[in-house]
Design a protein around this ligand. Structure first.
Ligand SMILES: Cc1cc2nc3c(=O)[nH]c(=O)nc-3n(C[C@H](O)[C@H](O)[C@H](O)COP(=O)(O)O)c2cc1C
Length: 333
């Protein structure tokens, strides 16, 4: 059997297959099954500040006629926050008490600068082995410059890094004008790792109602090509570990991500679509492939096809199809 151990989040993982943040791990029993299937670590569902704010607003509307309730609302805000943190604490302690030996990574998504540090501190105290910042800002604000977006990321990350001592990682979106340079800059903070990429909720338009509707909650296996390219581009040029995420549904794709430069892969949609066995197949498939190719450990493979190692790194940056269009010939009816 090949050695599948790897490092990510500053932690040693038994396998490179991380279960990404989602409802897949919201109970001790589910975490047990994922660990038994061979997952190397689990990122828990994010605590969303927005959710807490919405709950608070609902209560605020109920109470707003009565000014004397302002003190109660302060208390309520505190209570909801504590409630969310307590859920994490209960889940993490439940896993440890059940003797399930797998690193658990807490995840947060905050909308306002001040709340990041609050939640980071409380979740780190809850016993999580590391912290993933589900940090994204869709650059849709017509008045916010790229520099302001950058500053928001850097300030938030430094604030969290100054607050906690557990390893901190960030899951990024691909929406940056200077993506490669920015990933490099982030890797030079004290982050333990960066995950490329988060996948957003998509919208579509219903032709009949002409209304916006949600689209494709789960990823398609072809979506791995975007993170593959960017993991490959930054591989060997950054100062922290990189994990790949989005569209990783089988062991072949996981191996490609590792060859591009990822120390680990995050998987969500594949498990939602095909169950826990996907994790088993990925782990067994990687093991078998390594054995068949005479490779003793997964760590030997990391980055072997990244831009710092391949003969023609410019392939990662090729975006125009001149040559391929010229030769492309397929008859159509
Ligand atoms: C149902 C569902 C819930 C998710 N919840 C979260 C979440 O709470 N926090 C987060 O950072 N990402 C969340 N994600 C995003 C995933 O962690 C992952 O980044 C994304 O789905 C891409 O990976 P995949 O192609 O393997 O699904 C969620 C994804 C799905 C499908």
């Amino acid at each position: 059997m090949a050695n599948l151990t790897t490092r990510f989040f500053g932690l040693e993982l038994k396998t490179p297959v991380i279960i990404g943040s989602s409802g897949l791990s919201n109970s001790v029993e589910k975490i047990r099954l994922l660990a038994q299937s061979g997952a190397g670590a689990i990122v828990l569902k994010s605590v969303f500040e927005e959710e807490i704010v919405n709950e608070y607003k609902t209560e605020f509307q109920k109470q707003s006629d009565d000014q004397s309730n302002l003190e109660f609302l302060d208390y309520f805000d505190y209570e909801i926050k504590n409630d969310r943190v307590k859920n994490y604490l209960d889940l993490i302690q439940g896993v440890k008490k059940a003797g399930i030996n797998i690193p658990l990574i807490a995840s947060i998504n905050c909308a306002s600068g001040n709340e990041w540090a609050f939640f980071a501190k409380r979740l780190a105290e809850s016993g999580a082995d590391a912290l993933e910042l589900n940090l994204f800002l869709l650059p849709s604000d017509l008045n916010r410059s790229a520099e302001q977006v950058h500053n928001y990321y850097i300030t938030t990350i430094n604030k969290v890094l100054d607050t906690v001592s557990v390893p901190v990682t960030v899951k990024l979106s691909p929406y940056f004008a200077d993506l490669a340079r920015f990933i490099k800059e982030l890797s030079e903070t004290r982050l333990a790792g960066i995950t490329l990429f988060n996948r957003f909720y998509n919208v579509d338009i219903d032709l009949d109602t002409r209304q916006i509707v949600p689209a494709n909650v789960l990823s398609h296996p072809t979506e791995y090509l975007q993170p593959l390219r960017w993991v490959g581009i930054v591989s060997g040029h950054v100062s922290c570990d990189i994990a790949a995420s989005t569209g990783i549904h089988d062991y072949q794709t996981a191996l490609k991500m590792i060859m591009a430069g990822a120390s680990a892969v995050q998987v969500v949609s594949g498990v939602y679509k095909h169950g826990y066995d996907v994790v088993k197949h990925m782990v067994h498939g990687m093991d078998k492939w390594l054995d068949q190719n005479g490779i003793a450990s997964v760590s030997e493979l990391i980055g072997c096809a990244g831009s710092a190692k391949v003969k023609n790194p410019a392939m990662y940056e090729r975006v125009q199809f001149m040559k391929y269009f010229g030769e492309f010939d397929q008859s159509v009816d």
